[in-house]
Write a protein that binds this ligand. Structure first.
Ligand code: ADP
Ligand code: MG
Length: 325
């Protein structure tokens, strides 16, 4: 495979964003930011055999997810994705078909948000694929949703349902055996091709004091990040956590998936009680599932508590951590 041939083939023929001045083809890309906006930028890397395996996912699905996880970070700021850049390290087993399909998967997700591919880098590697995607987006001035503004009395919410991606991964790894009655494809799709919650993030950013995080490392971990940044105690209720009904059929300890599974890429956060009704009705109007799962309690010690019947358990920030032995 020839590097320049590859770049020529992945260079978009048309672009969506009118603010783009120079895309792929020069030393760097150039665009004109909107003056009423702030820029939101994030980057995520996916490593073969760590984040994905081609015996579990097709190259198309891997590409799709590599962009989706970044777009989810933009959603968690209340932003709109605009551009993406792709740095790819290709091993010897990475033939032209795989690389082409990877880019088709990336483009499929990007097209649905009118995002343009505006650059990247291509290198060869010895053993595994490494795919790094950078996404550039924007949010109206002062409207980004940070983690540090939760206050006592706020409502804790989640968009979409939890645990489905972890269930999908368990099915792939033969750790969960779905019976015929279980919609296995639903869970596999949630794991392999997650849909970022951009529309929900937009609604969040239209309210004055929303904290927001996307569920990549698991609900317990994300809420701990909000609790720490805001110096508050967050209490959630086990029987309020939204799940697909089949989840309980798949595993007796399904709550483990819900709290610590991660990669659901739904949004979780807090909103003042006075805004809750209006927020809920706006979500409903746009067909977005939003569930009230708890409350911000006080500011004594940053922590997350799970109420299950009459039991209270402190939820630690466990979940996947690359450097933990
Ligand atoms: P340079 O030597 O200036 O870094 P390159 O030959 O690496 O230029 O890249 C040429 C153009 O192609 C640049 O616009 C770069 O952003 C783009 N590009 C290179 N590799 C990729 C890739 N894997 N995906 C998307 N764009 C790429
Ligand atoms: Mg380069």
């Amino acid at each position: 495979m020839d590097e320049f041939d590859l770049i020529r083939r992945i260079t978009p023929k048309d672009t969506y964003q009118r603010s783009l001045i120079m895309g792929i083809g020069d030393d760097a890309s150039v665009y004109q930011p909107h003056s009423h906006c702030e820029e939101v930028v994030c980057v995520d890397t996916m490593v073969e055999h760590v984040h994905f395996r081609f015996d579990f996912s097709t190259p198309f699905e891997v590409g799709f997810k590599a962009v989706a996880v970044n777009v989810s970070d933009i959603a968690a700021m209340g932003g709109t994705p605009k551009y993406y850049l792709v740095s790819i390290a290709i091993p010897p087993h990475g033939d032209e078909t795989i690389v082409t399909e990877l880019y088709e998967g990336m483009k499929a997700l990007a097209d649905s948000y009118h995002m343009d591919l505006i650059g990247g880098d291509t290198v060869a590697t010895r053993s595994d694929f490494v795919i790094t995607v950078t996404v550039i987006g924007e949010v109206s001035k002062g409207k980004a949703c940070y983690r540090h503004s939760a206050q006592t009395g706020d409502v804790v919410f989640v968009t979409g349902e939890l645990g489905s991606s972890a269930a999908g991964l368990s099915i792939l790894m033969n750790k969960a055996a779905p019976s015929k009655a279980v919609d296995a494809d639903f869970f596999l799709k949630r794991h392999k091709m997650p849909q970022p919650h951009i529309a929900a993030g937009h609604i969040c950013s239209s309210f004055p004091r929303v904290t927001l995080n996307d569920v990549s490392d698991g609900l317990a971990s994300e809420l701990n990040e909000i609790a720490e940044a805001s110096c508050v105690m967050i209490e959630i209720e086990a029987d309020k956590l939204p799940i697909h009904p089949d989840l309980q059929v798949l595993r007796k300890d399904w709550l483990e998936w819900v709290l610590f599974g991660g990669e659901d890429f739904v949004l979780t956060g807090t909103i003042p009680e006075s805004n809750w009704e209006s927020f809920e009705s706006q979500c409903q109007k746009e067909g977005i599932q939003v569930t009230r799962i708890g409350q911000v309690k006080d500011d004594q010690a940053a922590s997350v508590m799970l109420k299950d019947n009459d039991q209270q358990t402190m939820l630690m920030k466990k979940g996947y951590n690359h450097f933990k032995k």
